[in-house]
Ligand binder design. Structure first.
Ligand SMILES: [Mg+2]
Length: 327
């Protein structure tokens, strides 16, 4: 018998993809699935959050509710879509404190409200362990949907916001008790880059996009697996979260590249359109930065360019069913 722990999450996805690969206007493997809707796509994504892998001890129910919602909306953002609604299926132990349920629901409500949508319904079931499944819907013009495929050699790689905030928070949670609630907030209150995704989509300059749920190394590997291109990241250009500077450089680098949980958007941009895109971005007065961090090449694997040379950018990071290298 081969177990899931032998093949890992990505092996499991390969099995599923072979069975489900039909009826998809955009193919499988993107941040969202899509359904034809006139000139638009209805995009759909689902993500489950469970106690063992996602909820650090001490997390408040409102934080868990926000998180379970935000991770789904982040996929809607990566498709460049406008969110339409959210549904959730809650599996809860019978001895769950009613106040926990109230907090969980409030956290979800806070998040959907932030993005002008509502929780449209769901399901509630008894289960031995806490598990929260969320499903988000969105809408985007067919010719403006952002997919993981579409990049060409010569495209420029950009990223929103900062990298390493979640990794830094996770590291704090292992140590300093005083900073615990702040770190939990940084880890569990990612802010889906909905406005940024729609901006990137509407620019017409973006050739592909992914959200950094699993870390830069893994995300770039996922892009390369679909496009067979080489993604070359300039380490010194990365907009690192400032807290990483207090850590030993090797640890900071590992957290920035291989931890994940930042839920920023990484996109590829047509080289001739980058200048105008960056200008419009700053002109729009966005709170988040948009930073050029590398380029796409035809071949050569995924590469991290540093002061001292070039090294492979690894696909390591969090993977379910297997123990992780970092977490
Ligand atoms: Mg995603």
């Amino acid at each position: 018998m081969t177990r899931l722990s032998d093949i890992g999450e990505r092996g499991a996805i390969e099995i599923l993809a072979r069975i489900y690969d039909r009826g998809q206007p955009i193919g499988l493997g993107h941040d969202c699935g899509a359904v034809e809707w006139g000139d638009d796509y209805l995009v759909v994504t689902t993500d489950v959050v469970n106690q063992k892998t996602h909820v650090p001890p001490g997390a408040a129910p409102t934080q868990i509710g926000w998180y379970a919602t935000a991770v789904n909306l982040s996929d809607i953002a990566a498709a460049g879509a406008r969110p339409l609604g959210f549904v959730t299926a809650l599996s809860l132990p019978a001895d769950t404190d009613v106040e926990f349920l109230r907090g969980l629901a409030q956290g979800m409500e806070d998040c959907v409200r932030e993005f002008d949508i509502a929780v449209l319904g769901g399901d509630t079931k008894e289960s031995p362990v806490l598990s929260i499944a969320g499903t988000a819907f969105g809408r985007v013009r067919k010719d403006r949907i952002l997919l993981r495929t579409g990049a060409k050699p010569g495209d420029v790689i950009v990223v929103t916001g900062e990298i390493g905030r979640a990794g830094h928070a996770a590291r704090l949670l292992e140590g300093n008790r005083a900073l615990r609630s702040e770190a939990l907030d940084q880890l569990l209150r990612p802010y889906p880059r909905i406005a940024e995704g729609m901006f990137l989509s509407e620019s017409g300059a973006v050739t592909s996009c992914i959200d950094l749920s699993d870390g830069l190394g893994v995300s770039v590997a996922q892009l390369a697996a679909m496009t067979h291109l080489s993604y070359q990241i300039d380490f010194d250009a990365l907009p690192l979260y400032r807290g990483l500077k207090d850590l030993p450089p090797a640890a900071a680098k590992d957290l920035a590249l291989y931890y994940g949980g930042d839920y920023e958007l990484l996109a590829t941009v047509r080289p001739e359109a980058v200048g105008v895109l960056l200008e419009r971005w700053s002109g729009a007065g966005r709170g988040q930065k948009l930073t050029v961090i590398g380029k796409v090449a035809a071949s050569g694997g995924n590469v991290l360019v540093t002061k001292t040379g070039r090294e492979p950018l690894l696909a390591k990071g969090w993977e379910h069913f297997r123990s992780s290298v970092i977490r």
